[in-house]
Design a protein around this ligand. Structure first.
Ligand code: C5P
Length: 408
C-alpha cells in the first residue's frame, strides 16, 4: 500500500490561464484528485480556448468557475469564500499576463480576484515562450510575487509551442504535485519545542469606558505563532486585545488586557519555554489608578492623568533566562535605528532582535507586509526585503533555528 499523500483532504484551487500548456492541467487535476485533494478549478476566459471546462469539471467533480456569476441563473461565485476555502492556491499554467496581474493586483477576472482574497499558500507554474519568459517585465513580476510569499515552480527548458527552444515549458504535473506535497507535509523542525509569543497591543484602563493603547494589530505575532505551530511547536500565545483568531490547534491563546496581565501570563509560561518571542507592542505607561466610575467632563474640567511606567516584559524574562532558552525581541524604530536596536538587544538580554523601521513603506503596524533586519547577539546581521507577514514569520523562525543550532 502506498503512503497517504499529505494533500489528502486538502482544498486546492487550481487556476488555469490561457496558454498552450493548459492541456497539462487536466493531468495535474487528475493527480491532485488521486492524492485525495478537493480540487476547484478557476479558469480565466482565455483558458477556455485551450481546454474545455467540461474536461476539468469531469476530472474534479466540481463545476468549473470562470465568471463572477452564472449568467443564466444569476448565481454569484464568491471569490472571498473560495479564497478562504483553499489550503493551497496553484496557478498552472500561469501566463505572463496573469503573472503581471497577480503582481500588480489587477483583479479583472475571477482567478486574480480569488488570489487577492486567499490566505492559502500560493504556487505559480509559469509557461510561456522563451522571450516572454526572459523579458525584464516577467522577471520583475516574478520577483514581486516571490517577495509576496508566492512559490514559483520554475519553468523548464526544452522545445516550446513556437518550436523555439529555451526556458518556458511548464513544470511537469508530477513536479507540481511534489512541490505541493512538500509544502503540505508538516515541518517538524520545532517538534518537541515550546514557543512563547506575546502579541498585539496592551490596553491600560483609565476608567470603565476609556483606555490608553496603540495601533498594534497583532498580525506579526499571530503569523509567527501559526508558522511555529506548523513546524511542530507547541505555542503559548499571550495576546492583547486584537481582532484575530489563531487557527492551528497547537496554539493555545491566553487573552490578556494590560501590560501587568501580559507580564504575569508570560512569566507563567516562560520557565517551560524553549523560545520566547516578544512581538507585543506593550504600552509604555498605565494610569496610576483606574477610576471606578466614568470620569465626567462636567465634574472634572481639568483632567490630569498620572501615568506610571509599565514593567518591561522582555527585560524581565531576559533577567530570568536560563541557559538554552532563546529570547527574541522586536524593535520598531524611527531614527538611529540600528544602534537603538542593538542597544535594546543588550539591555534586555535578548539573543536576537528583529528591527523594522517606520521609515520603510509597508513595514510596521497594521500592514500585511513587513521589511525586517535581524541582528543576532553573536554579531550576525541579515537584511530582508519587503515581504508578506507570513513570509517574514518564516524568515524569523529560520533565523531563530539557526541561532539555536549555533548555540547548541
Ligand atoms: O523598548 P521597546 O518597547 O522599544 O522594546 C521593544 C521590545 O520589547 C519588543 O520585543 C516588545 O515586545 C518588548 N517589550 C516588552 N515589554 C515592554 C516594552 C517592550 O516586552 N514593556
Amino acid at each position: 500500500m502506498t503512503a497517504k499523500s499529505p494533500l489528502s483532504g486538502r482544498n486546492i484551487v487550481l487556476g488555469i490561464t490561457g496558454g498552450i500548456a493548459a492541456y497539462k492541467s487536466a493531468l495535474l487535476a487528475r493527480l491532485l484528485v488521486k492524492a485525495g485533494a478537493e480540487v476547484q478549478v478557476i479558469m480565466t476566459p482565455s483558458a477556455r480556448e485551450f481546454i474545455t471546462p467540461l474536461t476539468m469539471s469531469t476530472l474534479t467533480g466540481r463545476p468549473v468557475i470562470t465568471e463572477f456569476f452564472t449568467a443564466n441563473t444569476g448565481e454569484w461565485h464568491s471569490h472571498v469564500d473560495l479564497g478562504l476555502w483553499a489550503h493551497f492556491f496553484v496557478v498552472a499554467p500561469a501566463t505572463a499576463c496573469t503573472i503581471a496581474k497577480m503582481a500588480t493586483g489587477v483583479a479583472d477576472n475571477m482567478l486574480v480576484t480569488s488570489y487577492l482574497s486567499t490566505r492559502a499558500r500560493v504556487f505559480v507554474a509559469p509557461a510561456m515562450d522563451l522571450d516572454m519568459m526572459a523579458h525584464p517585465s516577467t522577471t520583475r513580476n516574478l520577483e514581486t510575487l516571490r517577495a509576496d510569499g508566492v512559490t514559483i515552480i520554475e519553468a523548464a527548458e526544452g522545445e516550446l509551442a513556437s518550436h523555439l527552444c529555451g526556458k518556458g515549458r511548464m513544470a511537469e504535473p508530477a513536479e507540481i504535485v511534489a512541490a505541493l506535497e512538500a509544502a503540505a507535509a508538516p515541518e517538524t523542525t520545532l517538534a518537541g519545542h515550546h514557543v512563547l509569543i506575546t502579541a498585539g497591543p496592551t490596553v491600560e484602563r483609565i476608567d470603565p469606558v476609556r483606555f490608553i493603547s496603540n495601533f498594534s494589530t497583532g498580525k506579526m505575532g499571530y503569523a509567527i505563532a501559526e508558522e511555529a505551530a506548523a513546524r511542530g511547536a507547541r505555542v503559548t500565545l499571550v495576546s492583547g486585545p486584537v481582532a484575530l483568531h489563531a487557527s492551528h490547534p497547537a496554539i493555545s491563546v491566553v487573552h490578556v488586557e494590560s501590560a501587568r496581565e501580559m507580564l504575569e501570563a508570560a512569566q507563567k509560561a516562560f520557565p517551560d519555554a524553549d523560545i520566547a518571542i516578544m512581538t507585543a507592542a506593550v504600552a509604555d505607561y498605565a494610569p496610576a489608578t483606574v477610576e471606578q466610575h466614568k470620569i465626567k467632563r462636567e465634574h472634572t474640567p481639568d483632567c490630569r492623568l498620572h501615568l506610571t511606567a509599565n514593567p518591561d516584559i522582555a527585560a524581565t524574562l531576559g533577567a530570568a533566562k536560563r541557559h538554552g532558552q532563546l529570547l527574541v525581541g522586536f524593535a520598531l524604530e524611527t531614527d538611529n535605528e540600528e544602534q537603538n536596536a542593538r542597544d535594546k538587544m543588550q539591555r534586555k538580554n535578548l539573543d536576537l532582535i528583529v528591527m523594522n523601521s517606520l521609515q520603510d513603506a509597508g513595514a510596521g503596524f497594521g500592514t500585511d507586509t513587513n521589511k525586517i533586519t535581524v541582528f543576532r547577539a553573536d554579531g550576525h546581521t541579515s537584511r530582508y526585503h519587503l515581504k508578506s507577514k507570513a513570509a517574514v514569520a518564516a524568515d524569523i523562525l529560520n533565523e531563530i533555528e539557526q541561532c539555536a543550532h549555533s548555540q547548541a
